[in-house]
Design a protein around this ligand. Structure first.
Ligand code: IPM
Ligand code: MG
Length: 367
């Protein structure tokens, strides 16, 4: 029996509601596998700021340091609530970016996955969707303009200005490209390298490093695409992509577009991997407008649990079962009000989680 310590950071908005569903699933996984989960609930995000004056309190940091994996819900406040907090202490800058920096979670895996059971959610026409969409966006997560030097001030002419730097060194680029190549090698052996080398020097260096790394992966075909064309291509012909690798800001934007072609950011789980620690989170925000109504779909949160089972705990088989359970629930026509279209049977966040648990409990236990 293996024991894993999980730091649970439910966060703001719909975070606590979808985290509750993740925990239901983990409780069942414990019953079906020789594992025990010790889950510690920790304060993080806007709630933490209002409780302690710090969106990423020291106690949370220490508990995360000790945990085997971190499971994060969502953070972020409404525009009005955000204004009550100094800019640098708001949950994004005060909690999320420091979490990423603390554990150097440089490799962010964002699956854009639309199997046939979910196809009706997509705004794309069936002939564009074809057999379904299955893309792995790999986003560099701890470099670029997010973490570069920043200055804000008033210049000699009395005008307010900002100076924000897009910074990468070759080691940061090399390690994420290797993750891209390795992932491509484990899938269809095609890697789309997304860049903007016609304008940005950072992309020129990125591509230089890619040329140096590529000979170690001769079995992988590299396809280069400018980020702006990639945005169009994702809408017009998503089937051409399998693994895409890109820098931080490009990945932020294109992964949200990935959510768009699926039909909702609620269908976007993710894994953020560092050298010694990983954390798992839905790619979407805290949806303050629907918080507390028990109508948010927990797919992205439960999908993040599936990624944690596979990537942090080696429970590959059970992770597959969990994906299958999620699909079964959608295939039987159930969904939550936030995703519902005509004809869907609408159930609450909690009831959706219960259905996933029921579907998983019917699957054969892993050997
Ligand atoms: C994401 C989010 C974050 C980001 C925000 C909340 C800081 O949009 O994880 O994609 O920009 O990285
Ligand atoms: Mg984003």
């Amino acid at each position: 029996m293996k024991t894993y310590h999980i730091a649970a950071l439910a966060g703001d908005g719909i975070g606590p509601e979808i985290m509750a569903e993740a925990k239901k699933v983990l409780a069942l996984v414990e019953l079906r596998n020789p594992v025990k989960f010790v889950i510690e609930d920790l304060s993080f995000g806007g709630v933490a700021y209002f409780e302690t004056g710090d969106a990423f309190p020291e106690a949370t940091k220490l508990a995360c340091d000790k945990a085997d994996a971190i499971l994060k819900g969502t953070i972020g406040l409404s525009h009005e609530e955000s204004k009550k907090i100094p800019v640098e202490k708001q949950p994004e800058r005060g909690a999320l970016l420091p979490l990423r920096a603390r554990y150097q979670t440089f490799a962010n895996f964002r699956p854009v996955y639309l199997p046939k059971e979910l196809a009706h959610f997509s705004p794309l026409r069936p002939e564009i969707i074809g057999d379904g969409i299955d893309i792995m966006i790999i986003r560099e997560l701890v470099g670029g303009v997010y973490f570069g030097r920043k200055e804000r001030g008033v210049n000699k002419l009395g005008k307010r200005f900002v100076d924000e730097h897009l910074e990468y060194d070759e080691d940061q680029i090399r390690r994420i490209l290797k993750v891209g190549f390795e992932t491509a090698r484990s899938r269809k052996k095609v890697l789309h390298n997304i860049h903007k080398s016609n304008v940005l020097l950072s992309s020129v260096l990125w591509n230089e490093v890619l040329e140096e790394v590529a000979p170690q992966y001769r079995d992988v075909t590299v396809k280069h695409m400018l980020v702006d064309s990639a945005a169009t291509a994702l809408c017009l012909n998503p089937g051409q992509f399998d693994v895409m690798v890109m820098e931080n800001l490009f990945g932020d934007i294109l992964s949200d577009q990935g959510g768009g072609i699926l039909g909702s950011l609620g269908l976007m789980p993710s894994a953020c991997m560092g050298p010694d620690k990983a954390y798992y989170e839905p790619s979407h925000g805290s949806a303050p407008d629907i918080a507390g109504k028990n109508i948010a779909n927990p797919y992205s949160m439960i999908g993040s649990v599936a990624m944690m089972l596979e990537m942090s705990f080696g429970l590959k088989e059970e992770a597959k079962n969990l994906w299958a359970a999620l699909k079964t629930v959608f295939a039987s026509g159930f969904t939550t009000p936030d995703l519902a279209r005509g004809g869907d049977k609408q159930i609450s966040t909690g009831a959706f989680g219960d259905k996933v648990v029921e579907a998983l409990s019917k699957m054969p236990k892993p050997e």
